[in-house]
Design a protein around this ligand. Structure first.
Ligand code: NAI
Length: 243
């Protein structure tokens, strides 16, 4: 039984990584997926999430073609690994524009096409739950949590759900661009002792977009192998095991 049969779902940042995997998984579940990205990719419609004009054009096109939208996955995101002393205001603003203003515009332009039962999934990060060192990225993902909570409150009376997922270290081009030490340290801090795959993200996105999640809104769900569950005490526990 396909769980998203006939649902019209927009995915941002769908050219690769988690977004591409989400678009594929949603399609398998019967959704009519509008895969979008700022880069040209086969099967993707161009959408720079920071462009109000492009969101307006997409909303108009969807209104004309389908009359409504059932789902939005605000997945597009960028990182910037400068530390506190090095981060520049322009980089802080650039990361915020993609990771926070992008989802805001997506919600503003697509929610008017949504009816009761529609669902929005915002892709946060374990950086949104911790004091992760890349400060522009971390601040943007914490801001996205605020946007998600406020949107869940605002859109609840219209029957539109808004939830946030928080991936841990997932093997994509984004994480491949980090130093090997970043990956190794993440694995050490993860109770499951490994990194995650895009296929381990998509089932939650499918579920949250489906009617099976009909009473879930304003929620935040880590998909992180336990990284954020231990609050930094994993190394303490392991150190004491040796004594
Ligand atoms: P990725 O870098 O492989 O893919 C991101 C996609 O977003 C790319 O296709 C890129 O072209 C697109 N994009 C960038 N700027 C855009 C813009 N202005 N408008 C439209 N599309 C744009 O990254 P990945 O890993 O697939 O990340 C997806 C989401 O998951 C992001 O929001 C990221 O912050 C988040 N995330 C990733 C984690 C990981 O370990 N890979 C961990 C936690 C969160």
């Amino acid at each position: 039984m396909k769980r998203l049969l006939g649902k019209v779902v927009v995915v941002t940042g769908a050219a690769r990584g988690q977004g591409a995997a989400e678009a594929e998984a949603l399609t398998r579940e019967g959704a009519r997926v509008i895969a979008t990205d700022v880069t040209d990719a086969p099967g993707c419609r161009r959408l720079d999430v920071t462009s109000e004009k492009e969101w307006a054009e997409l909303a108009a096109a969807l209104g004309e073609s389908y009359g409504q939208v059932h789902g939005l996955v605000n997945n597009a995101g960028i990182t910037w690994r400068a530390r506190l002393d090095d981060v520049r205001p322009e980089d802080f603003a650039r990361v915020h524009a993609v990771n926070v203003t992008g989802p805001l515009l997506g919600i503003q332009y697509l929610a008017p096409l949504m009816r009761p039962g529609a669902s929005i999934v915002n892709v946060g990060s374990t950086a949104a739950l911790t004091g992760h060192y890349p400060v522009a990225y971390t601040a943007s993902k914490w801001a996205l949590r605020g946007l998600s909570k406020a949107s869940a409150l605002e859109l609840g009376p219209r029957g539109i759900r808004v939830n946030t997922i928080h991936p841990g270290f997932i093997e994509t081009e984004m994480t491949a661009s980090a130093a090997p030490a970043f990956r190794e340290a993440n694995i050490r801090e993860t109770p499951l002792g490994r990194t995650g795959t895009v296929e381990e993200i998509t089932p939650l996105v499918v579920f949250l977009l489906s009617d099976a999640a009909s009473f879930i809104t304003g929620a935040e769900i880590p998909v992180d192998g336990g990284l954020t569950a231990h609050g930094g005490v994993k190394s303490v526990s392991e150190a004491l095991k040796k004594h």
